[in-house]
Ligand binder design. Structure first.
Ligand code: 45D
Length: 322
């Protein structure tokens, strides 16, 4: 029987216990735009008491520079309008430019705006703003999350902002700026050991990813292979996966801990591995508990891998089959 992405998505289906991350984002989505901006400001400054992101590199900030310079020169009212436009995904020139940014450039843009807000150059919250009970509710929900989940909520709200440029096609914007590199916080681990796992494709995948060697990682996939990031649809094919990895997987530290491997009747294998991932934005200060679910074809190539955020640290031990 031929492997299908749809059936692969369902391996170890008990991994996807309801996560508080989409639930918190759903609450956020119901807020008014001003409430959303206020929530992000309060959540970010509160979080900053214990963990703060590393400053983005100069090359990264350059990509957002023209937007930031425009905003700096605006009146407080205009600055507020721009932020409302971006947060509400309006079709305005700045919200369009933002919409074309990669995930990490979007984060760098807000990082810098946050700094300007702390310095008083940009107004964090519209003048006369009154906090609604809804903001308090989402803040309370956020406090209950672990740090890895909190930064995922922040990241995903930032990613969703800006005019949706996905239908505009590449020709409408001069793209193709090389994605700036993250500098690694720790030297990559060269020999990967995962309790219970000997599958070469899996060990090779982790080793390549920890060295940002995406060509090497891609070569382990079947040509029609797919990678499914947390809360996203599968990304299919070498080219699409490579583009995704260059934009979003640089500088990650992957620390798989243990796993199980099961042989299927057609010669393929399904594996579930749990462990911790660190993002270069927060380095060793924040660990995200995740699972990888691999489907390896009879030839030892990766047909499918899903990355799931775990609902709780206890889920690290959930290696039961199903
Ligand atoms: O609106 O095996 C202000 C893959 C107020 C690849 C603000 C992976 C106003 C394959 C405060 C200024 C990548 C899938 C905003 C593995 C306002 C693979 C600013 C997994 C917005 C394992 C807010 C990787 C700011 C994973 C500055 C799981 C917020 C990676 C900044 C996860 C937030 C990475 C930042 C995560 C969040 C990174 C910097 C969750 C970064 C999060």
């Amino acid at each position: 029987m031929a492997l299908t992405i749809q059936s692969a998505q369902n391996i170890f289906s008990n991994t996807q216990v309801p996560s508080q991350i989409p639930a918190t984002i759903a609450l956020f989505d119901q807020l008014s735009v001003d409430d959303q901006l206020a929530y992000l400001w309060f959540a970010y400054t509160e979080m900053g008491k214990t963990i703060t992101p590393a400053a983005p590199g100069a090359a990264r900030l350059q990509l957002a520079e023209s937007l930031l310079n425009q905003i700096k020169q605006m009146s407080a009212e205009e600055q507020t309008r721009v932020m409302r436009d971006i947060a509400s995904r309006a079709d305005s020139p700045i919200s369009r430019s933002y919409g074309f940014f990669s995930v990490n450039t979007k984060l760098a843009f807000w990082y810098e705006l946050g700094e300007l807000m702390k310095q008083g150059v940009v107004a964090p919250i519209p003048t006369g703003y009154q906090m609604s009970p809804g903001v308090q509710l989402v803040l309370e929900a956020t406090k209950k999350l672990d740090p890895g989940q909190q930064i995922t909520v922040l990241r995903n709200t930032v990613v969703n902002m800006g005019f949706d440029t996905s239908d505009l096609g590449p020709s409408s914007y001069p793209k193709a700026v090389e994605e700036p590199a993250f500098t690694r916080t720790a030297p990559p681990v060269s020999s990967v050991k995962i309790d219970g796992i000997t599958e070469p494709a899996v060990l090779g995948y982790i080793e390549a990813m920890n060295a940002d060697n995406f060509d090497q990682a891609i070569s382990l996939f079947t040509p029609d292979g797919a990678l499914q990031p947390p809360f996203q649809k599968p990304i299919v094919g070498h080219q699409a996966i490579a583009k995704y990895m260059r934009e979003e997987a640089q500088g990650l530290n992957m620390m798989p801990q243990k796993g199980i491997c099961e042989n299927l009747s057609d010669g393929s294998k399904q594996l579930k591995i749990t462990g911790v991932v660190q993002t270069p934005w927060f380095g060793v200060t924040v660990g995200m508990n995740i699972a990888w679910r691999f489907l390896i074809n009879p030839e030892g190539k990766i047909f499918f891998v899903a990355i799931d955020m775990l609902a709780s640290p206890e889920e690290l031990l959930n290696l039961r089959r199903v």
